[in-house]
Write a protein that binds this ligand. Structure first.
Ligand code: PHE
Length: 356
């Protein structure tokens, strides 16, 4: 042989190469290691191929035997490679199953369920009572004209009664017939809008938001809800007013509740009254909640003033009616024993979730 390499040399080298390749392969744990190994040993310019190049220098009769051996080694390495790849994949899967294990028997994350705001709860209850008494629910705008909020309600521009409602005015040019634009201070303007649009008889309740420009404290908010009521027909009397509001108080606060009507003043009613219920905490005996009077004021009311009827072209000689207005949060406070109105709109779920 030209370079003196014998068949035995090549066989020995093949055996050494196989051992080396098998040893390395056994240590591999990743696909990329394995790929490098494949190129290094079994690739077209890999170590086994290189060894086989030396075959040409062997005597003709020895070549087949050594060539066959080389192919057997190649075959074994290819098998070992496959086995190693399968093992690596098994290990990776086992690892992933362990690290990404999901215990489907664990309890789930609780989903927070929403609920109605206490104002909505009580508002719905109030409207329900009046619906059963034959009242229709109507709504009016929160941005109002002076004409509806004041003028048509018998409260002229210079009337001191306007001081009863501190008003937020909207920066808009006042119009000749509607006056200034403002945020309604009460739901009473809806009375006027309904009567302007509808011939009598009418029997409506009007819920909605109202706005007052005042410092907030435990019993005053700048934004709150009212429910207005209005019933006009022939021969509607103070007795109807008392009957309806007494039924309302009994429905909302219980049959045993006593109802009191006191004279009061609102420019759009005559006579005017405020309604109180016997204190449900002390049953009238006197306590902190009723400020030791035994009574809790719940609303203002009265017989619709003839001037208001005239202003909407209702004939006061033929028609009469009653009206009332109540604060929804106030009713909710009495019902649930809440002592500060500011809780309602401070967005504290600990407060809100107590009412269902
Ligand atoms: N609008 C009055 C207020 O907000 C309440 C009221 C309504 C009084 C209807 C009498 C009749 O104070």
């Amino acid at each position: 042989m030209a370079d003196g390499t014998t068949a035995a040399d090549i066989v020995a080298q093949l055996e050494a190469l196989e051992r080396e390749a098998q040893d390395k392969l056994a240590e591999f744990t990743s696909d990329s290691d394995v790929n490098e190994w494949r190129t290094a040993y079994l690739g077209r310019s890999g170590k086994v191929t290189q060894l086989l190049r030396g075959l040409g220098g062997l005597p003709k009769e020895e070549r087949p035997r050594v060539g066959q051996l080389a192919n057997t080694v190649k075959g074994r390495l290819a098998e070992a490679l496959e086995a190693r790849q399968a093992a690596i994949q098994r290990d990776q899967l086992a690892g992933a199953l362990q690290s990404e294990a999901l215990d489907v028997t664990l309890p789930g994350e609780p989903v927070r369920v929403g609920q109605l705001h206490p104002t909505s709860l009580v508002l719905n209850e109030i409207l329900g009572v009046f619906e059963r008494l034959g009242f229709q629910v109507v709504e009016g705008p929160e941005v109002e004209w002076d004409r509806y909020n004041f003028a048509m309600l018998n409260i002229p521009a210079d009337h001191p009664a306007r001081d009863m409602w501190d008003t937020f005015y909207v920066e808009a040019e006042p119009t000749k017939s509607f006056g200034s634009m403002l945020l309604r201070t009460h739901t009473s303007p809806v009375q006027v809008r309904v009567m302007e649009d509808t011939p009598p008889p009418v029997r409506v309740v009007a819920p909605g938001r109202v706005y007052r420009n005042e410092a907030t404290d435990a019993s005053h908010e700048a934004i709150f809800y009212q429910v207005e009521g209005l019933a006009v027909d022939e021969r509607t009397s103070m007795a109807d007013l008392k009957g309806v509001l007494t039924a309302f108080a009994h429905d909302l606060f219980g049959e045993k509740t006593r109802v009191r009507f006191n004279c009061s003043y609102f420019p759009f009613v005559e006579p005017g009254a405020e309604v109180s219920i016997s204190c449900h905490v002390c049953d009238g005996g006197g306590c902190r909640v009723c400020k030791h009077t035994g009574w809790l004021e719940i609303l203002g009311c009265g017989m619709v003033h003839p001037s208001v009827l005239e202003a909407v072209n209702y004939d006061p000689a033929r028609y009469s009616g009653f009206a009332f207005g109540m604060g929804v949060e106030r009713i909710a406070m009495l019902k649930y024993g809440i002592d500060d109105i500011r809780y309602f709109y401070s967005n504290d779920v600990r407060f809100l979730q107590q009412f269902r």
